[in-house]
Write a protein that binds this ligand. Sequence first.
Ligand code: ADP
Length: 589
Amino acid sequence: MIGYKITRRFVSSILLVVCISLTGLGFFLLNFFREHTMQKEQDNLILNARIIETTLADKLWRNDSNIIDVTNVIARDTGLRITVLDKTGRVIVDTDKPIENLDNHLLRQEIQQALSSDIGYGTAIRYSDTLHENFMYTAIPVRRNGELIGIIRTATSISVAEAAYAKIKFGILIALLLAIPIAFTLALWLASRQLKPLIHIIRTAKNISNGNLSCRIHLHTGDEFEFLGHALNKLTSTLAKKIREAQTDAQKVSMILEQMDNALMLIDTAGNIHSANRQACRLFPILQDNQPHHCLHVLGNAEFAETIRTLNQSTSMILTYRDYTFEVFLSAFQNNDDAKILAVFHDISVMHELNRRQAEFTGNAAHELATPLTSISGFAELLREDDFSSPVDSRHYADVIFQQAQRMNRLINDLLQLTKLENKTYRNQLPSKIIDCGSILQKAVNALRQKSAEKNQVVTISELADNAKIKAAPDLLEQILRNLIDNAIKYTPEHGTITVACFVRENQVICQIQDTGIGIPQESLSRIFDRFYRVDKARDRKSGGNGIGLALVKFLVELFDGSIEVTSTLGKGSNFKIFFPLIKSTTPT
Ligand code: ADP
């Protein structure tokens, strides 16, 4: 209890009040007593002086020598020191000292006062060097017919009164010393009674401020403390509710920030990363626990770092980082006197890539169309100016125009088919049914036999399973296989061999088209399925290709839940394999 400052202040206040009041009272009583005693002594001396005056006045008037004896008798009877002076201040009688030793008393304080004041007497307290104690003197003038004939002075020692005064002073001091521990105990008891509710409030408030918001004040004193307790309880409940709400909101925000697809960072103008969400830590070399130690240099982009350093409002910029392209939205804001920047990284890599591919596709398409169109317009020009003198030449011009027109037609048809297939509704309407992959392969080989015979190539069917059932559109499957066999014929020199097969392996139907042709370089293998991609543009164009065939093949294969693989050795040949899910005969259509 005493450990509390407020208790110590309360106790010391009470002690101070007690000490001051007791001391004040002591001084007052002491003073009052002194005044009273001195006044009594003084009254007594004056009274005695007046009585002595009535006895001695006549003798003084007559210069009676008997005056000395009478004065001594009175002094003996009263115990006072009596001094009689003539009107000049010369001592006629003194009951304590021989008059020869005494000088003129006219200038003594009590004598001057008695002669000059209206009250008719004078008083003084002085220390007696002879008797070594304080004396009180009173003097009254003696007059006859209004004329001053002498002065009578009475004096007494005030040492008894002073001793009594000192005793009282001591008594008061003792009382004061005794009063202090009593007052202290009393103050402590009072403090424990009066401050108990306050201490309870303080303890609970301390607990609350330490974060224990479930603490409550339980007081039933019926006074202001109880009111204060209720107010604090209400305040704590409201605070706890607000904190819970704020925590829930913060959790929601943090969940959103963590789960969002965009990377997010909080950066200061010096370039230090203060926090980053999960996505940011995944994309950039930032450790989630170590964020304040990371610096923007991890992004390795000087322009971005410079923008952050000078930013004072909101802006956006494009940032490339490794294979990613981001549109970064930057907003500057003030956080506890610190300028901070919120950076939201919107990944536009896919969009960027799409735009790039679209631009590339348009460029390629335009180029592919422009090439045959140039030939057509060139040979048509020749034909226009031809005099048809050489029918062979004229026929050649017409043939080239026809071939190039056919090529354009093929390209446009392929592109149109790809565009149509990209439409989901069109895809869903395709007449997909369970078909025998082997017989379709046989059909595709038969259709291209003539073309291979023209190049003296041998087309062999090494295996043709009769249970290779798959779910697909028959026309489109035939288109896939014809495309691959056609490529094999195109890219295999004369007298080469093309081997096809259709077999079943572990729930899969595999169609294989293998040739002994020119092969595909390793670095091109991953790109041959891209639209317009050709290994050797000039050569492959001459062979009549447009670079769309394999793109269409891959698209169609995946449309029927299949996949395509290619292996190739340059100068030795290529091997294309298509995998489709096998449809078991028991499976209903
Ligand atoms: P194209 O119509 O030009 O043949 P494709 O999309 O069918 O276009 O093929 C893309 C490219 O892949 C071809 O230009 C060719 O360079 C290469 N290619 C395709 N099939 C073969 C193959 N069997 N042997 C060697 N190269 C091939």
